[in-house]
Design a protein around this ligand. Structure first.
Ligand code: ATP
Length: 230
């Protein structure tokens, strides 16, 4: 899918007046695996939320495969899966199994088909031991694995994942990185502070102070970022 970001500006009203979060960001993102990098508070999550239609532009436009992120929310929701940085924000159902199944509700699938896909996802994500556990009783890392599983089971065309490995141990970080980067994975756009993960993507974007500072080949973009950090 191609993500077209055209002069995207996002401002919010706060107690201290209007704050500019993104300033005229323009980019064309179409690689299979895209990394968004940058310092804390630079605007990465805001950008991904705008791409997913969760944050409205103050000015400019964002389109995902021609679907305008404003006014076409239903079409966008079917095409794009969003994994929040705080996975607790998206676990809704009482148990792990029910939470995964929720993604498939409202699709034209029989109860048996839903059950088969849920069980397969549970196996793939090694969540067997947790399947009947209440979501609120999961550790943060387990919750993050569930959040990703619940999005991937819906087979979205594009997965946007905000720091999807930030809460994981080394083993699960590797497993999830492999899963997101494998050729059979859906298109992935990730926000990450893990520069090694970013290096394995096909395209990278550096956000600094709400502006697009660099985009292109990950090795080049990471070099630019490291120069800013030096
Ligand atoms: N609703 C809001 N109201 C006011 N300020 C906000 C709002 N949402 C985000 N911000 C501010 O906008 C800036 C960018 O936030 P954002 O979450 O996009 O950063 P980020 O690059 O994802 O950071 P991090 O790496 O820490 O997750 C931050 O300074 C944040 O405090």
């Amino acid at each position: 899918m191609s993500i077209t970001i055209d002069n995207l500006t996002v401002e919010v009203d706060g107690p201290e007046g209007r704050t500019l979060l993104l300033d005229s960001v323009t980019a064309d993102l179409d690689a299979p695996r895209i990394a968004i990098i940058g310092e804390n508070g630079s605007g990465k999550s805001t950008l991904t939320k705008a791409i997913a239609g969760l944050v409205q532009p103050t000015a400019g436009k964002v389109a995902v495969n021609g679907i305008d992120t404003v006014g076409q929310a239903k079409r966008l929701r079917r095409a794009v899966g969003f994994v929040f940085a705080n996975p607790g924000a998206q676990t809704i159902m009482p148990t792990v199994r029910e939470d995964i199944a929720l993604t498939l509700r409202g699709r034209k699938l029989s109860r048996e088909e839903i059950s088969a896909r849920v069980e397969e996802a549970i196996r793939e994500h090694e969540l067997e031991d947790l399947a009947d556990r209440p979501c609120h009783a999961l550790s943060s890392g387990q919750m993050q694995r569930l959040a990703l599983c619940s999005v991937l089971v819906g087979e979205p065309d594009l997965v946007i994942a905000d720091e999807p490995t930030s809460l994981l141990d080394a083993r699960h970080r590797r497993i999830i990185a492999r899963r997101l980067l494998e050729p059979a994975a859906p298109q992935v756009l990730l926000v990450t502070h893990d520069l090694d993960l970013a290096r394995h993507c096909d395209q990278a974007v550096l956000i600094a102070d709400g502006s697009l500072a660099e985009q292109g080949d990950p090795a080049h973009v990471i070099d630019c970022y490291e120069r800013i950090l030096a």
